[in-house]
Write a protein that binds this ligand. Structure first.
Ligand SMILES: O=C(O)C1=C[C@@H](OP(=O)(O)O)[C@@H](O)[C@H](O)C1
Ligand SMILES: C=C(OP(=O)(O)O)C(=O)O
Length: 449
């Protein structure tokens, strides 16, 4: 895929709104959705998925599963079945596996391909082609896969030849990354031995949970102060299972933040996953003095979920966000920076080097967007400092989104509470993770044009 296959960029503006109200359920979690399809591919029999995120990133993982031999069928909104090819029995894909904008889908599937006797070409859009893949290819090569072709610096397009007999390895991830951990574990699934991944900072654990759910043997132990050691027994008898996908906390973050900064708001977001490894934003917002209540905590589909009530919070204050919290709120820094712009005092967000290698260089994109809207901010090393306007943000800026859905949604949320409308240069990428963002926000009372 290249830029020519993207829809024409479509600018969108958000203008000052008041009193957001109502209830909404955000779409299914993106991380869980990718993994449900992939585990479905790897077992024999029918996996049923309820609440699948039908965003472009996930649909591309579904398409790749088909190319590798699964029957993937949509039965209704969010209702899908996967009849898998089975572990060790994947087909050679006839076409390029085009992952569009999706880092997670492409990297996890590299793990799957790396551990099977198939050869696949991975590619994506201009954003995906910039993202570092060496971090995935390095461990896969240790497991026995071969990189036949790659663009400069280990980037897509990549031609990857997997191995029928992945070597059992112990691998320490160089950065806290669930994508690296998951790729190694998924390749290790087809190994005759045991695969161990050590991470010194715990990253989201959806792969481990999903593997357990499908019948694999996975043990996760604490490692050091914040880390984990995960051990997987290879070649398990996977059984097709039912997966209920909880609402995505990374998507919930946008209406949540909008309610906090928009005068007179009171909304409830239903069924949001509250997995502690995804909850750094909630912790931070509560420290900032946000009026948030976490209600009706329960377990759904093996994940903790809750309803989150968020009300306008006139008295938000800046906080110091430690680097150790980064893995649990990694995708939420753009929207946190927007909330910080409305707080009083300075918010310091530390240890954000990984933000530079997301769909865009998010550190630079956030700073540029804040500056374009009159917000005082600075990048120092890997830290971002935002000096808030105590409820008053000028707005009026045009924000460059660089093919990044989270930059687009974050600055549209800013526009709902800034003095002047905020415009993003392209809203089309929002469809990768939250296709119904605009109508759901409009139902709450948000003004877009
Ligand atoms: O495993 C996953 O589902 C994800 C892991 C994170 O990336 P890293 O593994 O690069 O930290 C996150 O940013 C991404 O949106 C989803
Ligand atoms: C980083 C993200 O996704 P991915 O890595 O899957 O492209 C994201 O959704 O914010």
């Amino acid at each position: 895929m290249n830029d020519a296959t993207h829809p024409e960029p479509a600018p969108l503006s958000a203008s000052r709104s008041t009193g957001l109200s109502g209830r909404l359920r955000p779409p299914g979690d993106k991380s869980v959705s990718h993994r449900a399809l992939i585990l479905g591919l790897l077992c024999v029999g029918e996996t049923q998925i309820e609440g699948l995120l039908e965003g472009d990133d996930v649909l591309r993982t579904g398409a790749a599963c088909r190319q590798l031999g699964a029957r993937v069928v949509r039965h209704g909104e969010g209702l899908w079945t996967v009849n898998g090819a089975g572990l060790g029995s994947l087909l050679n894909p006839e076409e390029i596996l085009d992952f569009g904008n999706a880092g997670t889908g492409s990297r996890l599937m590299m793990g799957v391909v790396g551990g099977h006797a198939v050869t696949a070409r991975f590619d994506g859009d201009a954003s995906l082609r910039k993202r570092p893949m060496r971090r995935i290819l390095d461990p896969l090569q240790l497991q026995g896969a071969r990189v036949l072709e790659q663009a400069e610096g280990g980037r897509c397009p990549i031609l990857l030849q997997g191995t029928a007999e992945p070597l059992p390895i112990e691998y320490k991830t160089p950065v806290a990354s669930a994508q690296i951990k998951s790729a190694v574990l998924l390749a290790g699934l087809n190994s005759p031995g045991r695969t161990t991944v050590i991470e010194t900072e715990a990253s989201r654990d959806h792969t481990e949970k999903m593997l357990l759910h499908f019948g694999a043997q996975v043990v996760s132990e604490p490692f050091g102060e914040h880390g984990r050691k995960i051990t997987l027994e290879g070649r398990p008898q996977l059984r097709a299972s039912k997966v209920c996908v909880p609402a995505d906390p990374s998507s919930a973050a946008f209406p949540l933040a909008a309610a906090l900064i928009t005068e007179g708001s009171d909304i409830t977001i239903e069924g949001v996953m509250t997995n502690p490894l995804r909850s750094g934003l909630l912790t931070t917002l509560l420290e900032m003095g946000a009026h948030i209540e976490v209600e009706n905590r329960r377990v759904e589909g093996g994940e903790e979920v809750a309803d989150i009530r968020a009300r306008y919070s006139a008295d938000l204050r800046g906080v110091d966000v430690p680097a150790a919290r980064a893995p649990s709120m990694i995708d939420e820094y753009p929207i946190l920076a927007v909330v910080a712009a409305f707080a009083s005092g300075e918010t310091r967000m530390r240890g954000l080097s990984e933000l530079r290698v997301k769909e865009s260089d998010r550190l630079a994109a956030i700073a540029a967007g804040l500056t374009a809207n009159g917000v005082d901010c600075a990048i120092e090393g890997d830290d971002l400092f935002v000096r808030g306007g105590a409820g008053d943000v000028k707005g009026g800026g045009l924000v460059e989104t660089h093919l990044d859905h989270r930059i687009a949604m974050s600055f549209l949320v800013m526009g709902l509470a800034a003095r002047q409308a905020v415009t993003v240069d392209d809203e089309t990428m929002i469809a990768t993770s939250f296709p119904a963002f605009r109508p759901l926000m409009e139902k709450l009372g948000a003004k877009f044009s």
